[in-house]
Design a protein around this ligand. Structure first.
Ligand code: NIG
Ligand code: FE
Length: 441
């Protein structure tokens, strides 16, 4: 007797996924073992994955209301983008030309302050409209979960406003919300840092029930370890899960601090020491890295600082990070200055080229490991039975092809919770809000 289900997707040239039995992020040799099913099929019911297998196997086991033909094209889990600065005003393209091409303007923190001014000046409607358009673009490129940070308000009222606007986004992309009041010290507090840290501490109780995470930037251009520790302690006491921006422009010990606090993720790691990477590898914290930012800054992150360090050897850095054994995820770091791209396809393509990471490694890091960087490894990031049926039917046949090609959108059809939500580069009309298959998702 065949089981009746909603949807059976058949005839994928390859059905590719991190191994369904992996219940945490892939590390080390696990990163090489993608599950690839030729002439693959996917059974979906009530918005969740029921089974994967060959087309012949699943046609034997299931009777579906809707049989969808993948037409001998690649099918994969949808991407999870675990670190973005979604809500912002303005664009910093002028600054990029001066800063990166002409090396005239110092400091990432100066750039952040430019975006703070543009974000504060934008109306709620402008910010929301832009965020929804950006979510449409991310979705059409294959992303169904996208974390969004505040951090361009940097006054209690402005940060609470950004968090509220993030929460009110009605879109098929699932958007975990992160409070990043500790992004950098805003201009008006430069001479009064302690007062700004105090205002972040004072804001935390009011946002603890609204935010999914508290992020702290522990970096030479942002907060010291001591300042970050005070914020982390208060956030932890309030039950907030932690994320960190750490050691992007210099090694200040942010990575170790994140590990010490059991952060869900620690992001950037560009200047993290060997000792920091060792501590990370021995922990459950996921390291998130950003080839798009490295690419866009022409790998001059550190050399933009007054001490003028030379650009680092990215491939050597990436090899060191990977060989540490840490759990690693990829993300866009989408923001209007240092990483203006929403494409996780591009992120995988850049990781392969700049970091010399393999097809299997980058696919793991953009799906299951990226879900783990948001604590969502039980519900997203692979085509495992019980997980939300978030998947992409590609315009190409092989998972390696998505990494090997670059510069165009290769996602053809995108499904979230078993529902077709984007096709041919556009979100479909009438797919406003996420409809999770159950309250648990
Ligand atoms: O890359 N320390 C923070 N760095 C941010 C920069 C964001 C921006 O330039 O606006 C980051 O996440
Ligand atoms: Fe960031």
């Amino acid at each position: 007797m065949k089981r009746r289900i909603d949807t059976l997707l058949v005839h994928a040239s390859e059905l590719v996924t991190p191994a369904p039995e992996l219940d945490g992020p892939a590390r080390g040799a696990q990163l090489d073992r993608l599950t690839v099913v030729p002439d693959g099929a996917l059974a979906v019911d009530a918005g969740r994955v029921v089974a994967i297998g060959t087309t012949a196997e699943l046609l034997d086991r299931f009777d579906a209301d809707d049989v969808v033909d993948a037409n001998h094209r690649l099918v994969s889990p949808a991407f999870v983008d675990p670190h973005t600065h979604l809500l912002h005003g303005g664009s910093r393209h002028d600054e990029w030309q001066g800063k990166v091409l002409e090396r005239a303007v110092p400091g990432i923190d100066a750039g952040i302050r430019t975006t703070i001014a543009a974000t504060r000046a934008a109306t709620d409607a402008e910010l929301t409209e832009r965020a929804l358009a950006d979510l449409d673009e991310a979705l059409a490129h294959g992303t169904t979960v996208l974390e969004a940070k505040t951090g361009y308000g940097l006054s209690p009222e402005a940060e609470i406003r950004l968090l509220g606007l993030t929460r009110s986004l009605a879109h098929p992309v699932h958007v975990p919300a992160t409070y990043l009041g500790a992004h950098t010290v805003p201009a008006e507090y430069l001479e009064r840092r302690a007062e700004y840290v105090q205002s972040v501490l004072d804001t935390l109780p009011g946002i603890a029930a609204t935010a999914d995470f508290c992020d702290i930037a522990c970096d030479p251009v942002s907060f010291t370890v001591e300042e970050s520790r005070r914020i982390a302690e208060r956030a932890r006491d309030l039950g907030l899960a932690l994320k960190f921006h750490a050691d992007q422009t210099g090694d200040v010990g942010g990575t170790q601090l994140a590990v010490e606090f059991g952060a869900v993720s620690v992001d950037h790691l560009d200047e993290a020491s060997d000792a920091a990477l060792k501590a990370l590898a021995a922990s459950e914290t996921v390291g998130v890295v950003f080839p798009g930012a490295n690419f866009h800054l022409l790998d001059m992150t550190a050399s933009l600082l007054p001490d003028g360090r030379p650009p680092k050897d990215l491939a050597a850095w990436a090899d060191r990070v990977l060989r540490s054994g840490a759990a690693l995820a990829l993300s866009t770091d989408y923001n209007p200055g240092t990483a203006p791209s929403l494409s996780m396809q591009m992120v995988m393509q850049l990781a392969a080229r700049l970091y010399r990471w393999s097809y299997a490694q980058v696919w793991h890091m953009a799906t299951l490991n990226a879900a783990a960087a948001l604590g969502l490894q039980d519900t997203r990031g692979s085509l495992a039975p019980g997980k939300s049926a978030d998947f992409v039917v590609w315009s190409v046949r092989g998972h390696g092809e998505v990494v090997h090609r670059f510069g165009t959108n290769l996602a053809d059809r995108v499904y979230a919770g078993g529902r077709l939500v984007a096709a041919a580069g556009r979100r479909l009309p009438g797919t406003g809000a996420a409809t999770p298959p159950s309250p648990a998702l």
